[in-house]
Ligand binder design. Structure first.
Ligand code: NDP
Length: 246
C-alpha cells in the first residue's frame, strides 16, 4: 500500500512521453488513471496495457484548448471512480524558433495549449477539489522558463505564466484544500520536438535530445514523489534535468 494506491488521477497529454510514463508509473502504484489527449488510439492502447497488467485506466478524448473537454475529463473521473484526487496538467507543445520568424500562429497555439489548457484544467478541477475538501494540481512546466535561451521566448513565457498562476493559486489556497506542484524538466527524450515547425531548430533540439536527454520515467518518478507526500506536505517547485545539461 503506497500513498498513491487508491488515488484517482487524471493526466492530460497522456498519449506519449512524460504523460504516458507518468500514467504507467502511477497505475503501477495503484492509482486509477484517467487518460486525456487527442490521439485516442494511443490512449486506448495505453489503457489496455495498464489494465492487462492489473491496473485501472480509462480514456477520454481531450483537446485542452477546449474548456468543455477538461470538464468532461474531470467528469469521467468522478463518474467512474467517485472523485478526483489529482489533475496532472501535462499537455504541451513546443513551436519554438527565432522571434524573427513571426510565427504568430505558433505563438498562439502555444498559449492555447500550454497556458489556456492549464487554466481550463483548473476551471474544471477546482470546484471538485473544493467540494471534496482536497485536491492536488501538478503541472509540467520547463527549465526553459528558468534559464532563458534563444528561440524559446514564447514557449518559456507560457511555462513561466503557468508557474506564476500556480503560485497565485497557492497563495489563495492556504486553507489546506489544494496542493500545487510545478515540475520543470530539462531535456527529456520524448516526441516534443515533432511539434517544432522550424526545421533547423527542430533538428538542433533532436540532436540535443539524442545527446543528453533523460528518460520520461525520471519525470514520472518526480510526479509520483509529489503525489505520495502526506496531505499536509506540498512539493511546490522541482527542477529535474540531465546531469550534463548546462
Ligand atoms: P510529447 O510530445 O511526447 O507529449 C505531449 C503531449 O501533449 C502528448 O500526449 C500530446 O497528445 C499532448 N497534447 C498536445 N496538444 C494537445 C492538446 N491540444 N490537447 C490535449 N493534449 C495535447 O512531449 P513531452 O512528453 O515532452 O511533453 C509533456 C510536457 O512536458 C509538455 O508540457 C512539455 O512542454 C513539457 N516539457 C517537456 C520537455 C522535454 O524535453 N521533452 C522539457 C520541459 C517540459 P496528443 O497529440 O495526442 O493530443
Amino acid at each position: 500500500m503506497t500513498a498513491i494506491d487508491g488515488k484517482v488521477i487524471a493526466i492530460t497529454g497522456a498519449s506519449s512521453g512524460i504523460g504516458e510514463a507518468t500514467a504507467r508509473l502511477l497505475a503501477e502504484r495503484g492509482a486509477a488513471v484517467v487518460l486525456g489527449a487527442r490521439r485516442t488510439h494511443r490512449l486506448d492502447e495505453l489503457a489496455q496495457d495498464i489494465r492487462d497488467r492489473g491496473g485501472r485506466a480509462i480514456t477520454c478524448a481531450t483537446d485542452v484548448t477546449r474548456r468543455e473537454d477538461l470538464d468532461r475529463l474531470v467528469g469521467r473521473a468522478v463518474a467512474e471512480f467517485g472523485r478526483l484526487d489529482v489533475l496532472v496538467s501535462n499537455a504541451g507543445i513546443s513551436k519554438i524558433g527565432p522571434m524573427t520568424d513571426l510565427d504568430v500562429d505558433g505563438w498562439s497555439a502555444m498559449i492555447d495549449v500550454n497556458l489556456r489548457g492549464v487554466l481550463h484544467g483548473i476551471a474544471a478541477a477546482l470546484p471538485v477539489f473544493r467540494r471534496q475538501g482536497r485536491g492536488h494540481l501538478v503541472t509540467t512546466v520547463s527549465t526553459s522558463g528558468l534559464k532563458i535561451v534563444p528561440h524559446q521566448a514564447v514557449y518559456a513565457g507560457t511555462k513561466n505564466a503557468v508557474r506564476t498562476l500556480l503560485e497565485g493559486l497557492r497563495q489563495e489556497s492556504t486553507d489546506g484544500v489544494l496542493r500545487t506542484t510545478a515540475i520543470s524538466p530539462g531535456y527529456v527524450r520524448t516526441e516534443l520536438a515533432d511539434s517544432i515547425d522550424n526545421a533547423q531548430v527542430r533538428e538542433q533540439i533532436r540532436r540535443n535530445m539524442d545527446e543528453l536527454a533523460i528518460d520520461p520515467e525520471a519525470v514520472a518518478r518526480v510526479v509520483a514523489f509529489a503525489i505520495e507526500q502526506p496531505d499536509d506536505v506540498e512539493i511546490g517547485e522541482v527542477t529535474i534535468r540531465p546531469a550534463t545539461q548546462g
